[in-house]
Design a protein around this ligand. Sequence first.
Ligand code: PGA
Length: 262
Amino acid sequence: MMRRVLLAANWKMFKTVPAALAFGRELLRRYDADAYSAIDVMIFPTALALWPLSQRFAGSPIQIGAQNLDLGTEGAMTGALSGYLLREAGAEYVLVGHSERRQHFGEGDELVAAKVQAAISAHLHPILCVGETAEEREREETLAVMHRQIGAVLQGLATYDAIKLTVAYEPVWAIGSGKVPTARDANGVAAAIRHQFSEQFSSEVADSIRILYGGSVSPKNIREFAEAPDIDGALVGGASLDVETMVAMMESLVHQEGENGG
Ligand code: PGA
């Protein structure tokens, strides 16, 4: 099955609203609709920039997502942002369970699973982030950790909801560190994740799910990861903050597409 390649830019707690808009203007100016038609480009700005940036990208193929969501729809929940509010602010996707949320905000598997359900109820496409720590990797627990993190989410998910998921495999030790696994190792983990979907649902579901690699992705290495058979794109932090490097990564993916026979 041909899955479209996805390039997702996670801006984390960076960029003011004006800076996000300036990036958006420049990206649109550089966006070559014909050349980039084979890839999906998605930006995950701060929640503050969702609405203005979605207005800026209106009518273009560039999509917008949120970095996190809270449970519920509307209510007395000071400081919280529900999937419904994010969706109405222009988000179509949402990251769930990013390792920084797990680490700094105490999000465990159960909450992550509830957030995936909440995202789907709000008609958002969840990008479920999973990954092992350096210690877990040392102990050769990578696959067991993936199985646990993904199992918690898949349990209780209907097939028609499972196909709405994207998974981002992001080894915690690779995020922002400049260290990366080999594309072969990352592909092995992606293949194991796909296998878990096929066991829980079906091989059709497993084949249709997009699995991204994330962690120190750059214009230099993105192509190698995206060429791996079970990897369908990248979730990029640091390298996505600069429009030049963002365009360089898009170029790299496009050339990969062309060379594969398109
Ligand atoms: P990085 O972050 O590309 O800066 O390593 C990736 C992520 O956290 O999604």
